[in-house]
Design a protein around this ligand. Structure first.
Ligand SMILES: [Zn+2]
Length: 481
């Protein structure tokens, strides 16, 4: 087959000069295949979460969903998988390839998202009815629990480093991205008989030396690379000693007689917290206190971690050999019902409560904040990024009074933010990952970052390597020749 007989196009349908809604469409035209339409492979099908882009979630997909042959999913975060139920409802019937852990976590996260979509629609419908007006979007859920469940049958598990043929003359290989459990970097090879082009999708790339997950895998060769740039314009602060910082909070709060409230994301951050608390208990660095994982979603995801010890890094494997699972220790309680959750407030003495949501925008953590934020002896311990406009950000920024569940409440609790938990590589770590390539790629596309961050990282890579780099815009189409 002559090179001119094959045409490969890449379409940037999300996370292009923004950070959510990851969707990249690969179209392959093989003229000798007798097919009229191109083979279409979608890499990630994420939800837009930035307010200014959310309307795109409601738009019809750029190509008919039933014309897409397969989806490759890098990992289970909503900004990468959150629109799969809609894609399947609207006609996609192919397979969704991802690791088994990603499939298991995505199912938990998509069910939760669907419930929220249903609740939101119902809330909006009632409010519009009350106010006698019509909103800009139809008052129906973006997708329902039934839609989410219907797409679960399409998940098709793959193993790391084992190439899978996903469509005619298209092969994909998943490697560990070290970002969250099951996360992948995906290399796609297109073509045959020596006329092969390879495209590497970074997904989200983790950082070296984090607990539980492996370090990101390096890739030796690819013709084209799509690289994320969430932190492409900054270098993470010197990682402070996370264990030491947590120990200080636990010890001082125990002495003061208050509680420790930890707003936390259900995936990865909650499991990392359990890992650190268990390690501190084993080192006798903190007293034995009750620790509540008060998030049914985080508990379900923790079970997925326990089902996949093969994904743990060496440090964690050694740890388990010595001490059993870090997700089971005396004093740890995983609360399911709201009754159990409410009962936590009746306990005298110091407890730690790990609960969602991570930025305090919803979930059970709000109730725990209500009970603790005005107590000088309690501590609110933040272990993740707090976006502008969220309740978590207002508390971290030191506001003296915040509104929680409809009431203004004075902030008297100690507020501590622990840095160093980031699950994304920074500028230098991203560049280091790219530099592992044995020969220069034809082109690097910088995606999944705010415009400034993506642009800055693009310039930096060009400067440091001399490679061709571009920062594609939303809906750009590029022929990969
Ligand atoms: Zn992610």
């Amino acid at each position: 087959m002559a090179r001119s007989d094959m045409q490969v196009r890449l379409r940037f349908l999300g996370a292009a000069q923004n950070v959510t809604g990851s969707r990249h469409l690969l179209e392959v035209n093989l003229q000798d295949s007798g097919k009229r339409r191109p083979v279409r492979v979608l890499v990630d099908c994420g939800l837009y979460q930035e307010r200014q882009h959310r309307a795109r979630n409601w738009e019809p997909f750029d190509v008919p969903p039933d014309s897409i042959d397969a989806v490759l999913l890098t990992h289970a975060h909503l900004d990468h998988c959150g629109l799969l139920p809609k894609l399947a409802r609207d006609g996609f019937k192919g397979k969704i390839y991802c690791t088994a852990a990603t499939a298991e976590i995505a199912k938990i996260i998509l069910l939760d998202a669907a419930k929220l979509q249903e609740e939101d629609a119902e809330y909006k419908r009632r409010r519009h009815e009350r106010e006698g007006r019509k909103g800009p979007y139809p008052v129906v859920p973006l997708y329902t629990v039934a839609d989410a469940e219907a797409c679960f049958g399409l998940f098709s598990p793959v193993r790391y480093k084992q190439p899978v043929e996903i469509a005619e003359n298209v092969e994909a290989t998943f490697c560990d991205a070290g970002h969250v459990l099951g996360s992948s970097i995906i290399k796609v090879k297109v073509g045959q008989n020596g006329q092969v082009r390879s495209i590497l999708f970074s997904g989200d790339i983790g950082r070296p030396d984090r607990p539980i997950v492996h370090d990101p895998a390096y890739v030796e060769q690819a013709d084209y690379i799509l690289v994320e740039s969430t932190y492409g314009d900054r270098v993470h602060q010197q990682r402070q000693d996370i264990e030491k910082a947590i120990a200080e909070v636990v010890n001082s709060t125990k002495q003061a007689g208050g509680n420790i409230i930890v707003p936390s994301f259900a995936l990865e951050r909650s499991q990392e917290m359990l890992f650190y608390v268990n390690a501190l208990l084993l080192e006798n660095a903190i007293p034995h206190i009750l620790v509540f994982l008060d998030s049914p979603m985080a508990t379900s995801i923790t079970r997925v971690f326990e089902n996949h010890p093969e994904l743990y890094d060496e440090e964690m494997a050694e740890y388990i050999d010595k001490h059993k699972s870090p997700f089971e220790f005396p004093g740890l309680k995983m609360t399911e019902s709201t009754r159990e959750s409410k009962a936590i407030n009746q306990i005298r003495g110091t407890v730690m409560v790990i609960a969602g949501s991570g930025m305090c925008t919803g979930g059970r953590v709000k109730h725990h904040l209500v009970n603790n934020i005005s107590r000088a002896e309690s501590t609110i311990m933040f272990v993740g990024y707090q976006a502008v406009g969220t309740l978590g950000r207002r508390i971290v920024d030191g506001e003296k009074q915040v509104r929680i569940l409809g009431q203004e409440r004075p902030v008297k609790a100690k507020v501590v933010q622990i840095h160093g938990f980031s699950a994304h590589a920074d500028r230098d770590e991203l560049l280091e990952w790219l530099r592992e390539l044995k020969r220069p790629p034809r082109k690097v596309f910088v995606v999944h970052g705010e415009p400034e961050s993506a642009q800055h990282f693009g310039d930096y890579v060009r400067e440091q390597t001399g490679w061709q780099v571009s920062v594609p815009a939303y809906q750009d189409e590029i022929v990969l020749d």
